[in-house]
Each structure stands twice: as structure tokens, then as C-alpha cells.
Ligand binder design. Structure first.
Ligand SMILES: NC(=O)c1ccc[n+]([C@@H]2O[C@H](COP(=O)([O-])OP(=O)(O)OC[C@H]3O[C@@H](n4cnc5c(N)ncnc54)[C@H](O)[C@@H]3O)[C@@H](O)[C@H]2O)c1
Length: 203
């Protein structure tokens, strides 16, 4: 696996692009808004600068990381050469179902399609494609370059091979993947949301 396409260049998408590019993958970053892409590249550059200042990254590695990120506004072209697509667009079920149907039409038949959704069923998203066996949840935490946890979520049809692949790929990114059930909020948000509600009620 060499070519990764990230859909959505917002808070999560720019972090996901950063981490893949820093680990040697070629990344196509797709967003409908060209302004979002400019902002994403500035954010990635600033975050890489912080790593350079801390001494965890060299200037050469920073430059090489930025060279591996290719911004694009056209999804069809953006997914055409992808081995893996990670979708991190706005959290809206109808939008994600439309995006997955479109990715499915244009990505190579062998490509794995992952979503960073926080709350939408992976089985539901997978059903928008003709390849539900190759659809999986890859739920990064914010800020992506810093946080180690990745929740890996199978849909109803996701194969063992695809799940195993995403688990080992996450480790290659120096993350800690944990396989969790396709349940509203998965595990992290299932625990966090009632805690936040309880905190508000306690005031
Ligand atoms: N923000 C968090 O802390 C966090 C943590 C974990 C997971 N998530 C999940 O990650 C996903 C993205 O969240 P975010 O916080 O980065 O959102 P965001 O609003 O910062 O970014 C979303 C981006 O998607 C783009 N977009 C919208 N429609 C698109 C389309 N059709 N094609 C391509 N790009 C499109 C928008 O222009 C925007 O730049 C959501 O599913 C969210 O639930 C968010």
C-alpha cells in the first residue's frame, strides 16, 4: 500500500494526511473547498514546524512530508489511484453515503475504503458501496499527529483480512489500534458523551 487518499481537509483530514505523509505514504488530500485545502496545508506545515522545534523531526523530513501531500478538489481524480481511501468529511449521514457511493464508482476495485466517522454505522456506510467487505471504520482521535488511539470498526461484511490489514497499517503509523464494535459512539464517544452530560448536570 503506497497511495492514500484522504477525503476532507478539515480538523481530522489534515491530521490524517500529515501522519500518513510523515510515514512515507503518498497522500492525495481532497476537499470540495479549495480554501480548506490551503488552510490544511498551512496547518500541517505549522504542526510539522512544532515537531522540528521539539527535535522529533528534521527539516529534511518536514520538507519531504509536505512534498508527499497532493491537494485536489476533484474526488473522482483524487481516488483513481488509491490503495486506501480514508474519508474524513463533515459528519452528516446523507453526505457520507453520497461520498462513499462516488468513491466506490471511481476508486480501484481492490482499494480499501475507510471512514473516520464518530457516530455513523459502518454497516450503513458500507451498504452505499458495491464492496461492503472492503469498508471499515478507522477512527482517529484529535489531534491526529499527537493522539495514539485508533478505533478500528468492522461493518457487518468487513473481512478478517481487511480488518487485520488496517490494524497493522495503524501500527505502521505508530498508532495503537483497538478493534471495537459498530455501536453508536463506538467506545471512546460512548463513554465520553454520557460523562459530558453528567458533568453539565452536576453544575
Ligand atoms: N473533530 C474531532 O475531534 C473528530 C474526532 C474524531 C472523528 N471526527 C470525525 O471526523 C470527520 C471530520 O470531522 P472534522 O472535525 O475534521 O470536520 P471539519 O468540519 O473540520 O472538516 C470537514 C471537511 O470536509 C469537507 N467536505 C465536506 N463535504 C465534502 C465532500 N463532499 N468532499 C470532500 N470534502 C468535503 C469540508 O469542506 C471540510 O473541510 C467527521 O466524520 C467527524 O465525526 C472528528
Amino acid at each position: 500500500m503506497k497511495n492514500i487518499t484522504v477525503i476532507g481537509g478539515g480538523t481530522m483530514g489534515n491530521g490524517i494526511a500529515h501522519v500518513f505523509a510523515q510515514n512515507g505514504f503518498e497522500v492525495t488530500l481532497v476537499d470540495v473547498a479549495s480554501g480548506a485545502l490551503d488552510k490544511a496545508l498551512t496547518t500541517i506545515s505549522n504542526n510539522l514546524d512544532r515537531q522540528v522545534k521539539k527535535g522529533t523531526l528534521t527539516e529534511e523530513n518536514k520538507a519531504a512530508t509536505l512534498r508527499r501531500i497532493h491537494p485536489m478538489t476533484d474526488l473522482k481524480t483524487g481516488v483513481a489511484g488509491a490503495d486506501l481511501v480514508v474519508e474524513a468529511a463533515t459528519e452528516n449521514a446523507d453526505l457520507k453515503l453520497r461520498i462513499f457511493a462516488e468513491i466506490d464508482r471511481h476508486a480501484p476495485s481492490g482499494a480499501i475504503l475507510a471512514t473516520n466517522t464518530s457516530s455513523i454505522s459502518i454497516t450503513r456506510i458500507a451498504a452505499a458501496t458495491q464492496r461492503p467487505a472492503q469498508v471499515i471504520g478507522m477512527h482517529f482521535m484529535n489531534p491526529v499527529p499527537v493522539m495514539k488511539l485508533v478505533e478500528v470498526i468492522r461493518g457487518y461484511a468487513t473481512t478478517d483480512a481487511v480488518c487485520g490489514y488496517i490494524m497493522s497499517l495503524s501500527k505502521q503509523l505508530d498508532k495503537i489500534p483497538v478493534e471495537v464494535n459498530d455501536y453508536p459512539g463506538f467506545v471512546a464517544n460512548r463513554i465520553l458523551m454520557p460523562m459530558l452530560n453528567e458533568a453539565i448536570c452536576s453544575l
